[in-house]
Design a protein around this ligand. Structure first.
Ligand code: ADP
Ligand code: MG
Length: 347
């Protein structure tokens, strides 16, 4: 199985490193005191690790956390035809369609990130995501036709810079068929936050949840920090930064190496620039965000990836307690002053 995760948990010595991989692989082993379980959810492997809880109690605490993620997935999956979000996307445009309050609230968060990032983050780019098809199986091997992209762009620009999503107490109104909700840049972060809350309610104080690169940490591991490595974007076996984190802390990465294909020497990947309709090419190939919560880390990692270094760091300054680690195309990197890393090196 190919290594596709963005974070790995180093958890001690180099020998353990090979065994204890967090990301899109499941654990083969765990150190004493840690209980881990992995499930396939939201199109990725979700791993929950708890520390300092007895065997049976750990299982009992993790179950409601996994169930919470499943609940959120059934509410806001684009691919389950029965989900309220899929039904919103199918509804006629230009009129208000009722949606559950929780979904409306998450969408409002997405719209807010859209406003602050001046459209670089766009929760309404569902039809563009569908054109590219990065969430499909098998993954795409060629870009959409020029005509299809041009058609989307002209329908999108008819909205004159507006996001085309109106959220009221009665429901959500999508402006035209160039707008449809893709919560992919924010939903995993939200689900991780909610799952961590379930662990907390079950009395767990020390835990790590990783949903394919969206990670949240509570407490520590027996008084020691959680040890996390950031993947080298061009070498699946390499690590570019190592972090010792104590919760509460969230960490997310957006990279151009997660879902991509090469066509005529051009790398096309799943983070799209709504302004061009193409994969974002901002000079950055990996963006990691440390934040107080996972939703913010998730949304900002996507937004900064699209905005690039200068505009991205300007956006970051609007979010207290958020720090960034950016890897540029030439594999050099920059990290903000408060980004917690034990050591980092150019890949
Ligand atoms: P990952 O899903 O690999 O963790 P991200 O958090 O960066 O990566 O989210 C990428 C996903 O977000 C895409 O698969 C797509 O569903 C959605 N997306 C792509 N481009 C944007 C964008 N500019 N704004 C908001 N969401 C986006
Ligand atoms: Mg994201």
């Amino acid at each position: 199985m190919a290594w596709r995760g963005k974070w790995r948990w180093l958890a001690g010595g180099a020998a353990l490193l090979a065994l204890l991989v967090i990301g899109r692989l499941s654990f083969t082993s765990a150190p004493p005191g840690v209980h881990s379980a992995t499930r396939l959810q939201m199109g990725t492997l979700v791993t929950i690790s708890v520390w300092g809880v007895a065997d049976g109690a750990a299982e009992r605490a993790m179950e409601p956390a996994f169930e919470e993620i499943a609940r959120i997935e059934s509410l806001m999956s684009r691919f389950l035809a029965s989900s309220p979000l899929a039904r919103l996307n199918e509804a006629p445009r230009g009129r208000t369609h009722p949606v559950p309050g929780e979904l409306a609230q998450l969408m409002a968060r997405g719209v807010e990130f859209g406003r602050l990032s001046r459209g670089a983050f766009d929760i309404g780019l569902g039809p563009l995501s569908d054109l590219w098809g990065f969430s499909r199986e098998p993954p795409p091997t060629a870009p959409p036709s020029r005509e299809a992209l041009q058609n989307w762009r002209s329908r999108r620009s008819a909205l004159q810079g507006e996001q085309g999503i109106e959220i009221t107490p009665e429901g959500v109104n999508l402006a035209n068929d160039a707008v449809g909700v893709d919560p992919g840049g924010i939903a995993k972060g939200y689900a991780v936050d909610q799952a961590m809350e379930k662990l907390r309610q079950a009395g767990v104080e020390n835990a790590l949840i990783n949903a394919g690169g969206d990670m949240r940490i509570a407490g520590s591991k027996g008084g020691k920090p959680w040890h996390i490595g950031l993947r080298d974007p061009r070498n699946p076996d390499g690590v570019v930064a190592v972090m010792d984190l104590v919760g509460p802390k969230a960490l997310s990465t957006s990279g151009d190496y997660e879902r991509f294909f090469l066509a005529d020497g051009v790398r096309h990947h799943h983070i799209l620039d709504p302004r061009s309709g193409e994969s974002a090419r901002s000079g950055l190939i990996s963006v990691s965000i440390q934040a107080p919560d996972s939703l913010t880390a998730d949304a900002l990692s996507t937004a900064l990836f699209v905005l690039g270094e200068q505009a991205g760091l300007a956006l970051l300054r609007l979010f207290p307690g958020c720090e960034a680690f950016l890897i540029r195309e030439d594999l050099s990197f920059v990290q903000t002053e408060g980004f917690i890393a034990v050591r980092s090196k150019a890949p």
